[in-house]
Design a protein around this ligand. Sequence first.
Ligand code: GCB
Length: 609
Amino acid sequence: MNHYLSPTMKQLLVFFLLLVFAVPVSSNEIPLVSNIYSRNSICLNGKWNYIIDPLENGYYDYRLEPSRRGFFLNRKAEEPSDLVEYNFDTSPTMDIPSDWNSKDPNLFFYEGTVWFKKDFKINKKEGVKYILYFGAINYESKVYVNGKKVGEHVGGFTPFNFDITDFVEDGNNFVIVKADNTRHRDAVPTVNTDWWNYGGITRDVFVAALPETYIEDYLVQLNKNNHQEIAGMIKLNKPVAGQTLTLEIPELKIKKQFSSDANGQIVFDIKKVKPELWSPENPKLYDIIISKDDETITDRIGFRSIETQGKKILLNGKHTFLRGISIHEEAPFRQGRAWSREDAVTLLGWAKELGCNFVRLAHYPHNEHMVRVAEELGLMVWSEIPVYWTISWENEDTYRNAEKQLRDMIYRDKNRAAVVIWSIANETPHGSSRDAFLSRLAAFARSQDSSRLISMAMEVTFSTNNMNRLKDNMSEHVDVISFNQYIGWYRNTPEEAANMIWRIPYDKPVIISEFGGGALQGKHGDKGERWTEEYLEELYRQNLSMLDKIEGFSGVTPWILVDFRSSRRQLPGIQDYFNRKGLISNWGIRKKAFFVLQHFYKKKQEEFK
Ligand code: GCB
């Protein structure tokens, strides 16, 4: 190993070690198997039987002796006289991944517990580890294999996995999941959000079959201070020394062998390479092969740098304007949670059509396909955790929960060149306990990743007449100042935007992380009439020309690409439980404002050529 690391290399090393050792995982959860899509695995997507359990009867059937209680046992009546009051096999099935709200009309507004069961076969072999992996379950889950509990997880948008080697048998097995999307005051997010609380097993499920000693994690990254250096680490799941690990990047003619240290890891730093850099104009990805004698992992990785200089954002050293759009993880056309590669291709294809080079994946980590497809299409990504509105700032458990979601988001996507900003919060009311909570989170994000920018969506707190000032103690903790503002919708008229003056008193780039208004696609009228496409069109025109005058204006992610379900949007005939601020309707039809933004982005693209 190189003992003469430059300061940046040392920082990187500290980052790796933090990543490796400062990982507090809940008792049965094991560190995430990186890049599940390249592992030897069986996919458990498909039909799962389910039982709706609003009264938590699955645990508390007190008439039974404790050893026979619990749906997770999957008991069957063995004698005609046996009393068993549930049966997974005769219960309905649901396609997984999905959200139950859009799959079963009885569950449209449902919040509570649903039990799921899936049978699977394993050809169990000695010396193989079986890892059960969930892309996400919203919000709380308890997982059982063959009637025994393997673990639990909290947080609706991050992946987790359990080692089930000792739970599975050769031949038939079953997994039962108790998923519960009940909202809690102290949870992350808390009880009040402007999106649908979709419940269920919402992302891909796998059982990976891995060698006893397997490659758990890796990082392959450009040195941001030297574009001719690729640095990173590879880590085994065990502290095995002397294991040969190979890293190949064929297109760059790199093939290096390393030997793991006593911690079961290697840290590398490859000099004098000249990778073509990843950018929206040239989203170049390299095939990467990481292997050892009994295992091969492939990935596609891009190399780029992202930094700020005064009020500018520099991508690969070049001043860049982020032509963005905010997106919820909401499936176009069929309504419900998006989860597949196809969903990602549709949503991000629309972002490309708008002329975007950037997307804000709001307000929680989206599924891995979204980030990977964004990377392939040349879209930079803002990725966020659901620290949204009024979190329980003084509750240490709430902090821990938020920190874990932040860590898991960074851990999963650290190899994605597309991700340029980690966002730690959205629209949080000012106060000292909020500042303490968020500054701790920002410092934590930096300890996990020093190669990307940190931001959060702030709010304008000071405005008199036409003067708008941003004053937020969190400004010193972020790299990019971002804020949401709704002139023309929640404040003032669209026309009044013309007279607005903005003062952002920080020497940092400024992104407007939200602006927008509601329009029902197909409703036409005067530009002064709410909910018409013409109103929204005017609002976009006025806002864009206002924002363009802000000093340090470095990007914008209007709210939002597509109309999305929200139970707080109740106006009959207009909203019908949809937030109508989309530039595209939930049926995929572009509203007039879409073309205003498209035009603006053409202009910006020219300006920043
Ligand atoms: C906001 C929130 C976003 C809402 C939006 C709205 O400021 O950040 O989650 O959906 O406003 O439509 O009001």
